[in-house]
Design a protein around this ligand. Structure first.
Ligand code: FES
Ligand code: FE
Length: 435
């Protein structure tokens, strides 16, 4: 693994720095960091692959990545989901060229080997004449990737020794339910993801979405000026930053005093949630105006009420996003709109409209963020930035909020670096080989 300019030797120092509230600029755009991350972070962590509602029928598939490995994620004839490396075992051709579709089998376009969508090899041309019994099809299926699910989210890991997903999430499920259990039937994707390439590092996006309430009144100022937010610059920092120590996951929960409980949800759904969620979750969620969180390493969510008519509460929209790193300072973004399964078609349409306006590829808030993130990325890659650190000391001494009923380290106000220290401390655990 690369050691060219001393990044490897500096990783322990970076880890120590986080505990003191320092983190170096160069990690946000660096070839060596990128190369090490591919092996130590993305080849070991549980990485998001798909929402189960993307492939509801037998034969449905999507292709996704873990690190630079392209995977076919397919619902087999049995109804089970399989994730297999999209690489023919004969000479390595890519089996499936589209990003989504429906197929019971994949036939290689090079020499014609045929696999079931579950990965089993079932057809080999010239089997008898050519191989004369030297190939046992059972030995040459597509390489399988271990998967596990939580509330519709399908994750995969390349590490056979990774702990079960439940343990990996480590209590963050409490907060994920805010996005995934909107009503007793849960949530589903509304159409395929928006998908585009950006000149930003995945870590900048992952940090921002783990609860950066600090940038909102500035970077998204027009949203306040036009009345798109149910808060103001002065109340925006109120709420909580919650993180799961030692796991890296974190969420910012914005709270506006006087904002009606569950505002923006259809009344029937709010009523369902009062029963389907735990009393602690109801207490937290009913008070939450905005929730923006990251599952380590690169899966994020944001929910907020939003109206296309400024000044009105509107509907709650949810964006789920994946930051797939394709190079140092370069990310392939995926963004889905999640809607409550039980909501009316009209509510789903409205939520999708709000999502599209705010956080889809061309969303106005998305543009605000990316313009800043691309510049951060460019600066971080400069020669002088090699020796520059950033302060991560905000809220360093904040004690845990003793009254908050949710799990993890929870501090108030929501404008705080606590979640980011936790995120980068987990990242450095992986980078230094502790995980
Ligand atoms: Fe697929 Fe040869 S590479 S059949
Ligand atoms: Fe933002």
């Amino acid at each position: 693994q690369p050691t060219g300019t001393g990044v490897e030797a500096g990783l322990e120092g970076i880890r120590d720095g986080i505990a003191e509230g320092r983190f170096p600029a160069r990690v946000f755009n660096d070839q060596e960091i990128f190369d090490i991350e591919q092996h130590r972070v993305f080849s070991k962590a549980w990485c998001f692959l798909a929402h189960e509602s993307e492939i509801p029928n037998r034969g449905d598939y999507v292709t996704r990545y873990i690190a630079n490995n392209n995977l076919i994620v397919a619902r087999a004839e049995s109804g089970e989901i399989h994730a297999s490396l999209n690489m023919c075992r004969h000479r390595g051709n890519m089996m499936c060229k589209s990003e989504m579709g429906n197929a019971s089998h994949f036939r290689c376009s090079y020499h014609g080997w045929v696999y079931k969508n579950s990965g089993e090899l079932v057809g080999v041309p010239y089997m008898k004449e050519g191989y004369g019994g030297r190939i046992d099809k059972r030995d040459w299926g597509l390489v399988k990737v271990r998967t596990d699910t939580y509330a519709g989210l399908l994750f995969g890991t390349l590490d056979p020794d990774a702990p079960p997903l439940d343990e990996y999430l480590g209590g963050f499920q409490f907060y994920l339910d805010l996005y995934l259990k909107q009503g007793s039937s849960g949530s589903e994707v509304h159409g395929p993801p928006d998908h585009w390439v950006t000149e930003t590092d995945w870590k900048i996006a992952a940090e921002n979405f783990s609860g950066d309430g600090y940038h909102t009144p500035v970077a998204h100022q027009f949203g306040f000026n036009l009345g798109y937010f149910a808060s103001s610059g002065s109340t925006h920092g109120q709420g909580w930053a919650a993180s799961i120590p030692g796991k890296g996951h974190g969420i910012g929960l914005g709270h506006t005093p006087g904002f009606p409980p569950f505002a923006g949800f259809p009344e029937e759904l709010a009523e369902e949630m009062r029963h389907s969620l735990s009393p602690q979750q109801v207490e937290v969620f009913s008070q939450t105006r905005t929730a923006v969180g990251t599952v380590f390493p690169n899966l994020s969510f944001l929910m907020q009420p939003f109206s296309v008519i400024p000044g009105q509460t509107g509907v709650r929209f949810v964006t789920m996003r994946l930051y797939h790193p394709i190079g140092p300072g370069k990310t392939e973004m995926y963004s889905w709109c999640l809607v409550p399964k039980d909501a009316s078609e009209e509510y789903k349409r409205e939520a999708y409209r709000a999502y599209t306006l705010a956080f889809a590829q061309a969303g106005t808030f998305e543009q605000d963020d990316l313009e800043n993130w691309a510049r951060v990325t460019r600066s971080a890659g400069s020669t002088m930035a090699r020796n520059i650190e950033f302060p991560y000391v905000m809220g360093m001494e904040s004690p845990r909020d003793p009254d908050f009923p949710g799990p993890g380290h929870v501090v108030t106000p929501y404008v705080n670096d606590s979640n980011f220290r936790n995120l980068w401390s987990r990242w450095s655990d992986y980078m230094t080989g502790r995980v």
